[in-house]
Write a protein that binds this ligand. Sequence first.
Ligand code: MN
Ligand code: MN
Length: 290
Amino acid sequence: MDFPNYFADAESNFDDADFILFGIPFDKTSSFRHGSEKAPSAIRTASWNFETFNLRTGTDLKNLNFHDYGDLDVKTLNSIEMINNVKDFSLKLQEKKKFPIAIGGEHSISTGIVQSFPKDTAVLSLDAHLDFRQIYENNIHNHACVLRRISEHVKIRNIATIGIRSAEFEEYEEAKRLNLFFRDIFTIKKRGFSNVLKETKDYLKDMNIYFTLDIDVLDPAYAPGTSTPEPFGLDPFDILNCIDIFAPLLVGFDLVEVSPAYDHGETALLAAKIIRHVIDRVGQYKYTKK
Ligand code: MN
Ligand code: MN
């Protein structure tokens, strides 16, 4: 069956919308396996599976205004051109007071969006990987370097990354030396995820928070369709709880690293559901129609 080529229920036009969804089908720097440029369309298709009513919260997406802009034209660009293109587009959204929701693409797309925000913005990252390398495969904008690049715009103090279970030794040592706030999966299992979320929220205080979700933070059993799957991950309810806690503070969101060729659609379904939950929760705090 054919579904419309936009995200389900994104029925607002651009001007009326509070949230703007946009795809960034860029997959030039994936290091293990490719295919995340197919994610925006796979996630859009998957989104038509779901009801607008949220049984868990009693709210309804019908009461929120969101628009799907389509994809940015980045496929033929190099990393720097892509980041500048994404930054320019994100700046326009901010001028118009829109809440950006970006669908990657791989993780390097987040740099451009974060660069469009003021330097005192906080960045919350959920990721299996530290992504804090100075350079990887001769590219400082490789997806393995994204938090390092982001830290050159907002301060390292403003970044928190949780769920990690993979890093290179030097990268790990550097992150500790520079006091990057990170909580690995083993700490999370020991202390409990809700305690770590609370600790992270205390750390970020009442800053405006940009949230970047690398789908590989989930266990590959739940999200196998990704570029660099890493066992021993979070489960889907952890993501819901995280969104619930941070929703009142969020100013933007991206979901990256879905690679639809490596599963039977389950990762795109989960991604679509997570995006809908972000719109629902942020919408309840900021944008519910009066
Ligand atoms: Mn990542
Ligand atoms: Mn990752």
